[in-house]
Design a protein around this ligand. Structure first.
Ligand code: IVH
Length: 678
């Protein structure tokens, strides 16, 4: 072990303790004493140190936790044996040539093969020590792979403990089942995100998520098919290896077969061309492996692939059709996705009318034009995509596809977030296509923290037309919310409205964060709030004034100016002000909506504790009395009311329930507003 200075060890331990403490504050007490950013910073320091001194990493380090944002990147690890890929064959002649080569090399008349399904996923290598899952790697460049151990722990079919306490390294395929792929892509389409082109991309995108909770949420599965150093376990054949894997508790594909010769291999291939669509996962061919390890050793490998195995791919289902037009979808993240409108054509069981063109770079790269005859294929059997153009059929009448200069939804400016990005995006923060996403940002914990405003409600609010911009949420009434229909009960509504009410007095930086100004995250929002003190000041600041603020460079300043110069922004800010949202830093009292009014409360309230409702009334300038008297203006009634109810009845005092109370706050707020404007 190399020398590591004591202070490094101490620093690591201190960091771990500190992070654990803040974890506790945050997750256990829900009472953080540092900002997310400060927390992330500590974690970053620890990750950095652990990366430098991997020998000091312990399983109990906070970096090992399940959770978001813990990993900064994947470390790479040397494979104990290179991870090769396979050569491909596509027809019977090619597979027979393979068989001939094999037979010639091993000098045998016939060779026995194991045939396996070729799973369309991502290959991984798993290391176990004393039967415990220690390390999981991607293929990487074949020599070094990325350590995705934590994500692989979220693939439930990968055992964390084997049924025998042995040291072993195995390889196999992690894949996304058909159903999960469809679910995920539907979800992405709904959210305006580009769907994954095929299950392999979806798996690769999931397994390499730095946030392990994403992997856990997407039900990946696995098939293991390869044992490293099989002689250590007395294995003579691939078939034995598959059996050992099964015995150890791995998931092994049940459709593998021993084939006595290449004819049986071809039979297997033909069988599965017919049956492949019945499987709950995608296979794009079969893998043919020489069964005897002894023979495998004689055959050896090339730099890229073994000579003892080969992929025998299924014919892909492709069809030619005419590209009639290209339309553009604007997703919730503002991504502009070109969609091919096709002359309807039958493909793999369905009529295809539209297909993905991925992005505008793809169109340029493949030189796709309107009027072209294009080949389409269903990626992973599902999502049709345009593969290439049949240029021989061009007439000269084809039209070039224009790359949009403005957003088709809002005419906003479009561009790439960075030069490597393939996606073209609408840059207008007020683009209606992005409203749902903006509302999520607005309601997020680091912004206005409106917990009741989750994705589902946002979906309904926007779809129903009740909310057309961020400020509209402050104008929602209980009546409107009950109209949203199923799934939103009174309790939810009352909670939501009270949270929205409280959000009006959120600190300025949280409101700025929530606006989603391009390039302005929480940190910059804090800086802005601290140095400018109010939205009005920020709106009035020149580029020069903005760049003078430490931490705000010219690009951010320009983005801020651009945001506030937008007419929509000006309207939005006006509406927020009118709704009573506090848009300045100094502690301003809540509007005294209930000034002069006295409330009494009886019975059990569904949505507030007594303290909560009393605090709310007080914060709005009202009074709460313990008993009902002539001076009481309102009695708020919950379940099982006490004697106060009959007393209020006798005195003719107005009796309201919780929802009516919330309605009252709104009405009073509007009255105040009008008075102020007059
Ligand atoms: S054997 C040296 N068996 O196909 C051993 N690979 O195109 C090579 N694959 O990288 C792998 N199912 O990711 C093998 N039953 C199977 C497979 C399989 C899918 C993948 C694997 C490999 C790729 C080659």
């Amino acid at each position: 072990m190399r020398y590591i200075p004591e202070e490094v060890k101490r620093k690591i331990e201190d960091l771990r303790e500190l992070i654990e403490y803040h974890n506790y504050r945050y997750y256990v007490l829900a009472d953080p004493v540092i900002t997310d950013e400060e927390y992330d910073n500590l974690m970053k320091q620890l990750i950095e140190l652990e990366k430098k001194y991997p020998e000091l990493v312990t399983p109990d380090s906070p970096t090992q936790r399940i959770g978001d944002k813990v990993l900064e990147e994947f470390r790479t690890v040397q494979h104990s044996e290179p991870m090769l890929s396979l050569d491909n064959t596509y027809d019977e002649d090619q597979i027979k040539e393979f068989d001939d080569r094999v037979k010639k090399t091993v000098e045998l008349e016939t060779v026995e093969y194991v045939t396996e399904l070729k799973i369309d996923g991502v290959s991984v290598s798993l290391r176990y020590e004393k039967g415990r899952f220690l390390l999981g790697l991607t293929r990487g460049d074949g020599t070094r792979g990325e350590d995705i151990t934590e994500n692989l722990k979220r693939v439930r079919s990968i055992p964390l403990r084997l049924r025998k306490p042995i040291d072993i390294e195995v390889r196999g395929e992690v894949y996304m089942p058909v159903q999960e792929f469809e679910r995920l892509n539907n979800e992405r389409l709904e959210q305006g995100e580009p769907p994954f082109a095929n299950p392999r991309n979806a798996t690769a995108g999931t397994i390499r998520q730095l946030d392990t909770s994403v992997t856990r949420a997407r039900n990946l599965d696995s098939f293991i098919y390869y044992v490293l150093y099989p002689e250590r376990y007395g294995l003579k054949t691939q078939w034995d290896a598959l059996n050992l894997l099964k015995d150890l508790g791995f998931k092994v594909n049940p459709h593998s077969r021993i084939c006595k010769d290449i004819h049986q291999v071809i039979e297997y291939w033909n069988e599965w061309i017919k049956k492949k669509d019945e499987l709950p996962y995608w296979v794009d061919g079969i893998v043919v492996k020489v069964n005897q390890f002894e023979l495998q050793r004689i055959l050896g490998t090339t730099a890229k692939a073994p000579r003892w195995a080969i992929a025998f791919k299924f014919p892909s289902e492709k069809v030619e059709t005419k590209l009639l037009d290209v339309t553009i979808q604007v997703g919730r993240t503002g991504v502009l996705t070109p969609v091919a409108e096709l002359e309807p054509v039958q493909l793999a069981g369905t009529v295809v009318r539209r297909a993905s063109l991925h992005n505008f770079d793809y169109i340029v790269e493949k030189d796709i034009r309107i009027g072209d005859w294009v080949y389409i294929e269903k990626a992973g059997g599902i999502i049709p995509q345009v593969l290439y153009v049949d240029k021989s059929r061009r007439t000269g009448q084809e039209k070039e596809i224009e790359i949009p200069e403005s957003c088709p939804m809002c005419s906003g400016r479009v561009g790439k977030l960075n030069p490597e990005d393939v996606a073209l995006r609408c840059l207008n923060p007020h683009c209606p296509a992005k409203l749902k996403r903006s509302l999520v940002t607005f309601a997020a914990r680091n912004a206005l923290d409106i917990k009741g405003l989750g994705e589902k409600i946002i979906e309904k609010l926007v779809d129903s037309g009740l909310v057309k911009d961020l400020a509209d949420i402050f104008y929602l009434t209980p009546f409107e919310l009950t109209q949203l229909g199923s799934g939103i009960g009174h309790k939810t509504i009352a909670n939501l409205l009270s949270q929205i009410e409280q959000a009006k007095s959120a600190p300025l930086y949280k409101i700025i964060t929530g606006l989603g100004i391009p390039m302005v995250g929480e940190k910059t929002a804090r800086t802005l709030a601290r140095s400018m003190g109010s939205i009005d000041k920020i709106m009035g600041a020149t580029l020069d004034e903005l760049t003078q603020i430490p931490g705000i460079g010219s690009e951010i300043a320009r983005s801020i100016r651009e945001y506030f110069d937008n007419e929509k922004t000006k309207e939005l800010i006006k509406k927020l002000k009118q709704a009573g949202v506090k848009l300045q830093e100094e502690h301003q009292q809540n509007k005294q909506t209930l000034a002069g009014l006295t409330f009494a409360i009886t019975g059990v309230l569904k949505n507030f504790s007594r303290n909560q409702i009393e605090d709310l009334i007080h914060s709005l300038g009202g009074k709460v009395s313990d008993s009902v008297t002539k001076k009481t203006d309102y009695l708020i009634v919950g379940e099982n009311p006490g004697s106060k109810l009959s007393k209020a009845n006798n005195l003719g005092i107005r009796i309201i329930n919780e929802l009516e109370f919330l309605e009252l706050i709104k009405v009073e707020a509007k009255n105040h507003q009008q008075q102020r404007l007059l």
